[in-house]
Ligand binder design. Structure first.
Ligand code: ZN
Ligand code: MN
Length: 488
């Protein structure tokens, strides 16, 4: 039977690195990009006798995440050991949380703008629907293994860094929703400053599980899990593949077995790794080295830290700056660009135009020069100044691009000075009017054609005026004067 006759049930476990100074159970530096195995100590290397100390900030960020997502926090939360033997975990157990995690329940909103670009969504508001969460727990990350031909290297810098695991209920129904779930969650984490959630850097990773059952059947089908998927589009591709694979096998009468498969994004297929893995395989037990956390004072503390969430930001970009929805979508999707825009727009008379310049011109120059907004030499206020001189009629949009180039290489220069250095000066309208009169007189044929209704030659006339003018006037103004003189 067709795939559409099966009910698809998807659940997600998202691991998200919390942005902290130090690791979860020791004072080693947390963070990305250090020389391998330099941020380590007896505790995070699992030396016998070394004892853990809790990172309160990481606990607070997890509770804050729960608050943002409408979870409840139990009065007491405890720590458990998840035992397994592998080179990425020198203690041979991961300190995690099993039955009393920091956050329980809650839901993730699916934002309308978070769906894949090729996917049509009908929504009245910013939130299409919410997806139920099971819980959020806090644990430590494992070390990073890199596999080579015949050997592997391990970097313990990542070992012991705070990692939040956001576990959904089996409440998603399609690969597109899964994509939107990941994107919405990522935007919330970035907005709140809890995580940079860069999937390329492994700061956010997801395990997806999916099962199929024929319509009408109550109990869920066998759950197939794919681990460590590292992009939203890969999650979508993996699910599309897996749903079709399972449907085909079910059609042939092949029963599915609970198992873990590896998604190979390059090959575009999933390969079975192991079958049946249950919680008891990990011999979970309460960690004797860590006392439970009494959460009430922490809950009280983070209540005051609730950030503006993406849907509120999306609404405010439209109401406060008059931005069109498409611009709000872009800015909510790129938080650093959004912050740059807000700094530039503060006090600007033309915030819409500022947004336009940030989203279109600035990003294209950054891309051209292989820079990111974080390393942009042009200060937000300088860009706002550039938009100001366009608004004042000192330069045209095209001239402003040249001015931008000058400012790029001389970031201390203001827009008016940069424009002056290119010979763009405030137009003396009387002088310009005289030049226009002369050019029209010298080109009676062209004037006749324009007067006859062929407006194409207007640009040619404007060009002629531009050519003989010094300093260079704003071409828009030239065109206006020509039209006025011709009575058009
Ligand atoms: Zn350490
Ligand atoms: Mn985990």
């Amino acid at each position: 039977m067709p795939v559409s006759d099966y009910l698809v049930t998807i659940g997600l476990e998202v691991h998200c690195q919390i942005k902290t100074e130090t690791k979860m159970f020791c004072s080693c530096k947390a963070g990305f990009g250090y020389e391998p195995n330099t941020n380590v100590c007896p505790t995070c290397l699992g030396m016998p006798g070394a004892l853990p100390v809790l990172n309160q900030y990481a606990i607070e960020r997890t509770i804050l995440t729960g608050m943002m997502l409408g979870c409840s926090t139990p009065p007491v939360s405890k720590w458990d050991r998840k035992n397994y033997f592998y080179a990425d975990m020198p203690k041979n157990y991961q300190t995690s949380q099993l039955d009393l995690p920091l956050c329980i329940g809650g839901e993730v909103p699916l934002y309308a703008w978070a769906y894949p670009a090729d996917c049509k969504v009908n929504a009245d508001g910013p939130v299409v629907r919410t997806v139920k969460l099971d819980h959020i727990h806090l644990e430590e990350d494992a070390a990073k293994l890199t596999h080579y031909n015949g050997y592997s290297l391990v970097d313990y810098n990542r070992g012991g860094t705070p990692l939040m695991e956001i576990v959904s209920a089996p409440d998603l129904t399609s690969p597109e929703e899964t994509y939107a779930y990941l994107k919405s969650l990522q935007q919330m984490m970035i907005c709140a400053g809890i995580s940079d959630a860069d999937m390329e850097k492994g700061q956010m990773r997801c395990d997806v599980n999916v099962s199929l059952r024929p319509k009408g059947q109550k109990e869920l089908g066998a759950k197939i899990e794919m681990k460590n998927i590292n992009s939203m589009s890969a999650a979508r591709r993996a699910l599309i593949y897996e749903i079709h694979r399972q449907a085909e096998e079910l059609d042939m009468g092949i029963a599915q077995v609970q198992s873990t498969r590896r998604w190979d994004d390059t090959l575009g297929e999933s390969i079975v790794m192991r079958t049946k893995e249950n919680a008891h395989d990990y011999r979970y037990h309460t960690c004797p080295d860590l006392i439970p956390v009494h959460t009430a004072p922490l809950v009280e503390k983070v209540k005051n830290e609730l950030p503006e969430l993406p849907d509120a930001l999306h609404a405010r970009l439209q109401s406060e700056y008059g931005l069109p929805v498409a611009d709000a979508n872009t800015l909510v999707g790129d938080f650093k660009l959004c912050r740059y825009f807000e700094e530039a727009a503060a006090g600007s008379k033309a915030p819409r135009k500022v947004a336009n310049w940030v989203i279109n011109n600035l990003t294209s120059v950054l891309a051209e020069k292989e820079l990111t907004i974080a390393s942009c030499p042009l200060a937000p206020k300088a860009l706002a100044g550039l938009v100001d001189i366009i608004e004042e009629g000192l330069v045209s949009n095209n001239q402003a691009r040249e001015v931008l180039d000058v400012m790029w290489n001389a970031p201390a220069m203001n827009a008016a000075d940069a424009a002056a250095s290119l010979g763009f000066k405030k137009t003396d309208t009387n002088a310009l009017d005289a030049v226009v009169a002369q050019v029209l007189e010298e080109n009676p044929d062209m004037v006749a054609i324009v007067k006859g209704g062929n407006m194409k030659l207007i640009n040619a006339l404007t060009g002629k005026v531009m050519k003989v003018s010094n300093p260079k006037p704003n071409p828009k103004m030239v065109t206006e004067i020509i039209l006025a003189r011709l009575g058009l």
